[in-house]
Design a protein around this ligand. Structure first.
Ligand code: HEC
Length: 257
């Protein structure tokens, strides 16, 4: 069986790359098992297979030894069953590989997304320009109307934001499952609790499309609210978000005075 020799050489080549190299590595650096990356393994295996096939089909004799048994399966009338089985195996293998390639995946893209990218220094909304470094929530100082403003912010929230961000602000509104990234969870200390009100104002006003390019490719479903709400409504809903969750907004030195 001349065909066994090249198969054996290829198997040994594979084992050397798959186990041999990590083994040598583990001896040089005890406690580690440095694996060969799959892409490198595939490249080397291509050369091992091509080299072995070239070498073993060099002579007339070797060629016959390798091609002979294969040709026999496909031409010998007595090997009908073997032919059938081998065609089935090769066919299913091809189908499996093709399926793996075209199969849709619902995993998030591996690229990193910056959740809180640096905001622009100024942002234009309602035909006005806002400097985010110094911008403050004008309604926060209005102590007399605070409760009323929070309540009106709550109305804005339940008419617009609740569908995604949820009635308990956990980012699990009725539609949340369709989105990637998921709607922000405002109760979590990782969102509004660590942001300034001007940052939140910018994010609500310009939504997902307002994010700088580093925040892609996870396209956010967060709508551009300055197209739909007034400036006052956004400041009110911000008051409501902090009041409801019990978080206080971050205040920078520039905003403190
Ligand atoms: C269609 C669904 C949807 C609606 C409606 C929606 N959001 Fe969002 N929102 C998202 C998604 C998804 C994210 C997370 C991705 C991102 O940061 O843009 C998000 C993020 C945010 C963030 C950023 C939080 C952070 O930590 O950076 C704020 C603030 C926010 N939403 C406020 C609101 C407010 C206020 C409303 C209502 C006026 C609203 N959202 C309505 C989907 C929505």
């Amino acid at each position: 069986m001349k065909i066994l020799k090249p198969i054996l050489i290829i198997a040994v080549g594979y084992l050397l790359l798959k186990v041999g190299i990590p083994f040598v590595g583990s001896k040089l650096h005890p406690g580690t098992w440095p694996v060969v990356p799959t892409s490198v393994l595939k490249m080397y295996m291509f050369f091992v297979v091509a080299g072995t096939l070239l070498f073993s089909t060099f002579s007339e004799d070797g060629y016959a030894g390798i091609v002979g048994p294969v040709a026999d399966i496909y031409t010998n009338p007595k090997k009908g069953l073997l032919r059938f089985v081998s065609i089935m195996i090769v066919g299913s293998l091809g189908a499996y590989v093709a399926y793996q390639y075209v199969k849709p995946t619902f995993d998030a893209p591996v690229e990193l997304r910056s959740i809180h990218p640096a905001p622009p220094s100024t942002v234009k909304m309602w035909g006005k320009s806002y400097s985010l470094q110094t911008l403050k929530n004008p309604l926060r100082a209005d102590k007399a109307n605070f409760a009323k403003n929070v309540e009106e912010g709550g109305i804005v929230f339940f008419q617009n934001c609740f569908f995604c961000h949820g009635d308990r602000m956990l980012g699990k509104g009725p539609f949340y499952q369709g989105f990637n990234p998921m709607p922000a969870n405002f109760v979590d200390v990782g969102t509004i609790a660590q942001l300034t009100e001007s940052f939140v104002f910018w994010r609500i006003g310009t939504g997902g499309p307002g994010l700088p390019s580093e925040a892609t490719p996870w396209l956010s479903a967060m709508p551009i609210w300055h197209h739909l709400l007034s400036e006052e409504q956004i400041w009110k809903v911000i008051l409501f978000l902090y009041d409801y969750t019990g978080h206080s907004p971050r205040v920078t030195a520039a905003q403190a005075h």
